[in-house]
Design a protein around this ligand. Structure first.
Ligand code: CA
Length: 228
């Protein structure tokens, strides 16, 4: 019966492995386990996993180097598992190519929900010309945005910001990734650009800009457009 997606779990803590093993096998996932970065590097190519759950604090190398090595040959979604309060680690992992992160301790439902989003992203057809999020429609061909059928007038920067977040809906994007995509590679440290333009964008697309529902802030990390 176990014909679900193959997940590579890279984690050195036995209790955490036991918790994840129990959660995933109960939901039909097939699990391959590694306890060190070295083991992960050996197991990944042979098993060709559809998803990687990666602890950042490993006994030999850190999870960042595992992420970088995986990204040399695969686009497999990587969800990083990290300790509370290590925002910089998460940001570095996302910048290195990880797709998402979970802060320990996390519950089964949160884990499964993040995994579903990551797997859906990986399976998604490349370009949908029209993206819909509740009342909001973004037409990537005509570069128009409508809310409840009414056109929303965005500046070119606001449009690029929204389109980038929308094309990666459900995924957290770091300040650096957003700056590099929307403003160009030279602006990686101008995080205030994002804050200022995002505030303007929220005024135009959120029902209550002070309590945004569509584009949420991931404190210390970046922003995420909610997928559904
Ligand atoms: Ca660890």
């Amino acid at each position: 019966m176990n014909a679900g997606p193959v997940v590579l779990l890279v984690e050195d803590e036995p209790e955490m492995r036991r918790f994840i093993r129990a959660s995933l096998t109960a939901h039909g996932y097939r699990l391959v386990e590694a306890t060190t970065a070295k083991e992960a590097g050996l197991l990944a190519p042979g098993h060709n996993p559809e998803l990687v759950l990666l602890d950042l604090g490993l006994p030999d190398e850190d999870g960042l180097s595992v992420t970088a090595k995986l990204r040399e040959w695969t686009r497999v979604p990587i969800i990083v598992l990290s300790a509370r309060g290590r925002e910089e680690d998460k940001v570095q992992a996302l910048d290195a190519g990880a797709d998402d992160y979970l802060t320990k301790p996390f519950g089964v439902n949160e884990l499964l929900a993040r995994m579903r989003v990551a797997l859906r992203h990986a399976a998604k057809a490349p370009e949908e010309p029209r993206l819909t999020f509740g009342e909001l429609t973004i037409d990537l061909e005509s570069r128009t945005v409508k809310r409840s059928g009414e056109e929303v007038h965005l500046t070119p920067i606001e449009y690029r910001l929204l389109a980038y977040l929308a094309q990666h809906a459900g995924k957290v994007l770091t300040h650096r990734q957003i700056l590099s995509e929307v403003w160009g590679p030279g602006s990686a440290h101008q995080t205030h650009y994002v804050r200022v333009h995002l505030a303007e964008l929220r005024k135009k697309i959120e029902l209550d800009p002070s309590r945004p529902k569509l584009i949420v802030t991931e404190p210390g990390v970046g922003y995420r457009l909610r997928g559904e």
